[in-house]
Design a protein around this ligand. Sequence first.
Ligand code: NAD
Ligand code: LMR
Length: 443
Amino acid sequence: MMKPSMLRSLHSAVSRRSSHLARRGYATEPVPERKVAILGAAGGIGQPLSLLIKLNPLVSSLSLYDIGGTPGVAADVSHINTRSEVVGYQGEDQLRKALEGADVVIIPAGVPRKPGMTRDDLFNINAGIVKSLAAAIAKYSPHALVNIISNPVNSTIPIAAEVFKKAGTYDEKRLFGVTTLDVVRAKTFYAGKANVPVAEVNVPVVGGHAGITILPLFSQATPQANLDDDVIQALTKRTQDGGTEVVEAKAGKGSATLSMAYAGAYFADACLKGLNGVPDVVEPSFVQSNVTELPFFASKVRLGKNGVEEVFGLGALSDYEKQGLENLKAELKSSIEKGIKFANQNVHVILNRVDQTVFVYDPELVIQFRRMYDVPGNISLVMELARRMVQDKGHPLLFETFLVISKRFSGAFRHMLWEVDALSDTNMVLLSETALRSPVKDN
Ligand code: NAD
Ligand code: LMR
């Protein structure tokens, strides 16, 4: 059993920054009410993250959302005798309540890697998840600070930015890719090699969050240590491959969850501190940036009442780091562009129920129809349609949402209208299996 002293130290690790507030003489001011929503709260990261956020005294309301499993997680976490009220929400129809009034939204929703996969291999599934969650945030909590953990971070942040832009709610100060785990790893690995107390270590990590796009700046690490070049190179490589190290050790059972929950809780705490007006809260994050020619880039960011108050430049780099910076740009650029392209691609499909031909439809018109006629439809039909479309056209698409306007029209308009957004290989297996069980019928 965990000893009370261990529990106290866990609690104090998470709330250390909070007591900092008190030490600076703000203790007499009331701590503001703050709602934190976690989307994907029943997952490998979501559960320990929910626990750690429940331990944060800055949080008054904790909203746990997932497509399933959140009532159990919420009931469990809610028994902990800390400040926040906890509510679990599951299923899309509860997303609005989960988000309304949120000051910080943390997103660890999505599939994790298995050995042999890159983070980009998660794109097909996670891009659609982040896109739909971002659309909900734009509607229900447009002023929240959004902390995205879901991979590939180098693409999911641009996706969310595009969704917010389209909804007219984009504020670059409020959107963050969580790269804190890279910093956590760099600190731990550096302390080991430099033989300095890990609690005193600081290492900026810049760039992005995948392989060589992760660039730790050990030349700026403190306390300083005169490490040999080959040690610095090994530390850099280990930091870049830290995620893969965990994926391989877990051997098919997912990726980092516990260290990520710590990193996510730490970064959310920094955001809350900033919102509450605590000065000098600086953490690296993947944000909209002018630091390089790339539109998004991770570097140190000052957090404040509006989110990002200042994006810091890179400072002096060693030759090795300068080279690393040049090497990462092409990959990071293409991941960012992939996200932007995905967010702006909407395949709208009409299935004519008489001859079952498929047309790509004018997106504007689809949106108008959608507003007028939002009627649930025959899922097996759209699955079959999706399967045929992919077979015929080889579209790398992931089925996301659909709507039907059939029977509301007559004559030339007597067809079904579907909105289909992306169909991955994984989903195709599910889709085609269902479709084969319920073949398309003309009616
Ligand atoms: P997991 O599969 O254990 O949990 C994911 C959760 O997301 C599940 O509970 C699932 O039900 C939920 N989910 C799926 N679709 C959803 C939706 N539309 N709305 C709400 N919830 C939804 O995975 P995990 O190990 O927790 O990892 C989650 C993600 O975090 C992965 O993409 C992983 O690659 C990423 N990750 C990022 C970092 C980082 O440093 N940024 C670190 C570790 C993992
Ligand atoms: C990590 O860095 O641990 C995460 O991005 C998960 C992964 O797939 O490596």
